[in-house]
Design a binder for this molecule. Sequence first.
Ligand code: ADP
Ligand code: MG
Length: 635
Amino acid sequence: MTTATADKETLGFQAEVKQLLHLMIHSLYSNREIFLRELISNASDACDKLRFEALHNAALLEGGGDFRIRVDYDKEARTITVADNGIGMNRDEVIANLGTIAKSGTREFFARLTGDQQKDAHLIGQFGVGFYSSFIVADKVTVKTRRAGEKPDQGVEWSSDGGGEFTVAMIERPEHGTEITLHLREGQDDLLSAWKLKSIIRKYSDHIVQPILMRKEEWKDGKEVKLDEWETVNQASALWAKPKNEIAEDDYKAFYKHVAHDYDDPLAWVHAKVEGKQEYTLLLYLPAHAPFDLWDRHARHGVKLYVRRVFIMDDAEQLMPLYLRFVRGVVDSADLPLNVSREILQESKDIETIRKGCTAKVLGLLADMAENDKEKYAKFWNEFGRVLKEGVGEDFANQEKIAKLLRFASTHADTADETVSLADYVGRMKEGQEKIYYVTAESFNAAKNSPHLEIFRKKGIEVLLLSDRVDEWVVSHLTEFEGKPLVSVAKGGLDLGKLEDEAEKKEHEKEAGEFKELTEKIAKSLGERVKEVRVTHRLTDSPACLVADEHDVSGNLARILKAAGQKAPVSKPILEINPKHPAVLRLKNEEAKFDDWAAVLFDQALLAEGGQLDDPATFVKRINDLMLSMSLGGK
Ligand code: ADP
Ligand code: MG
């Protein structure tokens, strides 16, 4: 029994919590059932935490150790109670955990709300704000708790009606763990039924590892009477430990929703028992949608680690490489010691073995999907492709496998969504083509319309269009595929090899000679802005373009680094001019305005590849002069 003492304190909720509570109460009632899932999930976490802490300090169990979650209801009082014998909370923890939202990402949570109840309800689990969902069905919530290991007089009672405030008071509480009582709102009485509660538990919480207990009932004199006996209403077993043939597709899906805090079905999964140097079981899932914090490399990622079915930790980042951070699921080791800590994991060779195994399984799952279910793979690629690309530079051992999984936009496809694999590309290379050509740019359109592609278009040679930031990283690490080098069309001299005939090569030499004087004159005029000026046969329509020297940083990468606030190595571009273009030909006879025209040639080449002008105003002035001189009839 508990009695309140005199130290009752009234505190205000953090502003975000108030906002959240308002949302829970006013717009999520059509998904009210989730409150039970969230409370049971918290109770289960609390049991896991105590079991883990007790590995180092058995006294915390206070003689117990059989974890369980009890769900009960009282028709007269109109309450539902969820009680666990987990870790419990002390006063400070109660105030921090049930008065604020500690997690980052709260702002994203609010930003992502759509007003669609179904969709918004999905977000609650993902964003770790589950406790507050109690107020969907309750107009008053009371929490009685005591942290395991504290004295019985260190119990805490928290209470709130979901308005702006809550109270906390110290209480006597002989048992550790937490008991949450919901005083139901008007109109929620249908929840006060064993049948109803059981069906909600089975629907959302069947896979919870601890037994969820409810009181047995009996009919006596035409009335339901609750007995003092408790029965387990969920399966209460570790799904991954069962043989595959005993697990239904729906079980896998339900378990995913639990581990990933996702409401949608997973895209795919792999479940395997691995034997060898290390023995472990893995059940790993690919989500169907990217989480909100996918781009935050420090966000939670990785999978849950168990040792012989005992929960050890969430987000064990050592179990998955960073480029597979979207994978969710569990790994259960048969060999690791129960008292492993994050620090030990960091240095453990055994964990490295497990990570390699898990990585191989996920890459295998992806390869299989890419081969046998192209549509599904396209979905995956759309959500997570950009993250997977990081692997090219991160995981050299698997680079070849990852390269096969890459997809790119291409000049041979019509839209950015239509993608080709490197194998597709190589499979349709032109007779005599020895290289894989690509262009990098800031956007799909910039890549697609890049002047560097003109000669490739004319000759019908495919070029990959790379416009993700990470692509520069990909091509700096992936230098060849199946023995074919990857070559930027905007870097170095253009050597089309056998794709050009002798006559064309002769002509280029001739032009280089004829334009020697002009290129030297332009180079002198532009001075420090260019490394070199030369004649090109890259261009068919444009008068000029910029290229980077073979080993210099590309213009696109230099801009990305600059935008990210990083120092880019300063390398001057090479200006290439099109000897057939009338504007270039005209420059041969220009005297008075030569410097202006040379500058315009350079500036427009820079603009065409997505660069920024140092001095836009002067560029505009020169263009206006040019237009004026044209309207006056030239010269
Ligand atoms: P999340 O579970 O994602 O952290 P919740 O809003 O569901 O978010 O819970 C907030 C916090 O309150 C939990 O992280 C936990 O620290 C604490 N908490 C909630 N329920 C319990 C419980 N039954 N036992 C111990 N701590 C709890
Ligand atoms: Mg929770």
